[in-house]
Design a protein around this ligand. Structure first.
Ligand code: ADP
Length: 168
């Protein structure tokens, strides 16, 4: 499908979604006409996910419920093919630190080679979320920290339930 206006994809594994992700999605939704949150089914750079793709999608759907121009879809294809499927002209990523930059810089070159018509756009993490990552949240939850303020409604409880079940 050809790019048809200002559609952007916000890709990620979202295992689970955090308030940092939502901040990026909301900001992208202000800039673009439509935002498709792309949930990677089986992330290449990560071990098995804690939540299934459907569970991760459900958390995102609930957290973006109030955002009328945001949709959520799972994919297990090349990111640029997923973007094309949705008619997206841009990939929007959040940048927290130098470590994000190095990875994103490499991915940018690869994606650009595959699809020079799809632009990558980077939003700087908001200061209040710049320390927040899904892996950090999983680690905090494992040791019983209070993470209610760091994740959308329902995610803290689901994490607690999943971790206590897996620990049995
Ligand atoms: P994580 O790195 O937390 O496991 P993902 O792989 O799901 O997250 O990342 C999806 C996108 O969201 C990436 O572009 C990542 O840089 C960005 N991102 C993740 N957490 C934050 C945050 N706290 N602030 C801004 N961007 C973020």
């Amino acid at each position: 499908m050809a790019a048809d206006g200002r559609v952007a994809v916000c890709p990620g594994s979202y295992d689970p979604v955090t308030n940092g992700h939502i901040d990026i999605i909301e900001r992208a939704a202000h800039v673009f006409e439509r935002v498709v949150v792309g949930v990677v089914n089986q992330p290449v750079r990560k071990a098995k996910t804690l939540f299934t793709a459907e569970e991760r999608r459900a958390f995102l759907l609930q957290a973006t419920d109030k955002l009328g121009n945001v949709e959520v879809d799972v994919f297990d294809t090349l990111l640029v093919d997923f973007a094309r499927k949705h008619g997206a002209m841009a990939l929007v990523k959040g940048l927290r630190a130098i470590s994000d930059f190095e990875y994103e810089f490499e991915m940018n070159q690869l994606n650009r080679k595959l699809a020079s018509d799809i632009e990558s756009v980077y939003l700087m993490a908001s200061p209040e979320y710049s320390f927040l990552s899904s892996s950090g949240i999983r680690e905090l939850a494992t040791f019983g920290a209070d993470i209610e303020d760091l994740v959308p409604n329902g995610v803290a409880q689901a994490l607690h339930d999943r971790l206590s079940r897996d620990g049995d």
